[in-house]
Design a protein around this ligand. Structure first.
Ligand code: C2E
Ligand code: MG
Ligand code: MG
Ligand code: MG
Length: 282
């Protein structure tokens, strides 16, 4: 069951030691039902504006509480959903859920932004821009409140279509971030061709800030590169006070990570974000 890669540090479903060894297809059947049975939820990881010293948004991260398998991490089932052609269904649900949450928050005067992750395959969906525009109108959500995260590998398979879809999304006014920047297939050549507004520095570099001088150098260079290209920059995987202090010092725009908070359910996110602002201004 190679597609179920489970991160070691996280608690949950371990395919290798699973006596039932579920088939891929049955797990995908489960995923379809899971959305209808409300086993899938979005959690929100706070994003801190380092200039404002406040939480001004969140990244939406999908969570699946499977009735038999327990917590199935997104890295595992998102990959499966991509391979089996079910990702569009998942993405549609994620977008609808995030956008209706944004509507609830704005009706309470809470103007946070929410960043949604898109998969590579989503950028082959020519209907996506129209669908997003429709959802925003339906829920009366301002386009600035929704953001999108993609990895550069999303553009490598079908660059012409992917770039067209991205352009249309950007033309709607959506802010687009390159996720996991600095690892994998990141290529500066692609970056120049993409309508991009933000880089998210991969946690691999951020986790080492306190202890590794070379990581500090890499992160500082990415922040500088982003700013020179006119992009914003977010560091993910901020796990200690030293990393947060360093990122603030070098002018990184946003920080996200377990030192601040993990992904939280909506109530916990609201409490955290509001409490954080109050705490910071006192
Ligand atoms: P990502 O978009 O790069 O999300 C960041 C991941 O890092 C999340 O893992 C988050 O919980 C984790 N993280 C945040 N802060 C820290 C930290 O300080 N330390 C460590 N060690 N980890 C931290 P998660 O939620 O397990 O998601 C993993 C990946 O699954 C995401 O990576 C994203 O690529 C994908 N994913 C999650 N939700 C969705 C979704 O709704 N749609 C799609 N297409 N992909 C999703
Ligand atoms: Mg992301
Ligand atoms: Mg990332
Ligand atoms: Mg990732």
């Amino acid at each position: 069951f190679a597609a179920l890669r489970v991160p070691q540090a996280v608690a949950f479903y371990d395919a290798a030691s699973d006596p039932h060894r579920p088939e891929r297809l049955s797990l995908m059947g489960d995923l379809r039902d899971a959305i209808e049975r409300n086993e899938v939820v979005l959690h929100y990881q706070p994003k801190m504006s380092l200039r404002e010293q406040a939480i001004d948004g969140a990244e939406a991260l999908i969570r699946w509480q499977h009735p038999k398998l327990g917590f199935v991490p997104p890295d595992a089932f998102i990959t499966l959903a991509e391979e089996t052609g079910n990702i569009h269904r998942v993405t549609r649900w994620v977008l609808a859920t995030a956008i209706s949450q944004l509507q609830r928050w704005s009706s309470q005067g809470l103007n946070w932004h929410v960043a949604v992750n898109l998969s590579a395959r989503d950028l082959h969906d020519l209907e996506l821009p129209r669908r997003v525009a429709h959802l925003l109108t339906l829920h009366k959500v301002k386009v600035e409140q929704l953001r999108l995260e993609i990895t550069e590998s999303a553009v490598i398979g079908e660059p012409v279509i992917a770039i067209q879809v991205l352009r249309e999304l950007a033309d709607l006014g959506l802010r687009i971030a390159i996720d996991d920047f600095g690892v994998g297939q990141s290529s500066l050549a692609y970056l120049r061709k993409l309508p991009v507004h933000e880089l998210k520095i991969d946690k691999m570099f951020v986790q080492g800030l306190a202890t590794h001088a070379d990581d500090r150098m890499i992160v500082r260079s990415i922040v500088e590169l982003a700013h020179r290209l006119g992009y914003g920059v977010t560091a993910e995987g901020v796990e200690d006070a030293a990393a947060l202090a360093y990122l603030t010092k070098i002018g990184c725009d946003h920080a996200q990570g377990h030192f601040l908070a993990p992904a939280l359910d909506t109530d916990s996110f609201e409490n955290f974000a509001i409490g954080f602002e109050v705490g910071a201004t006192q």
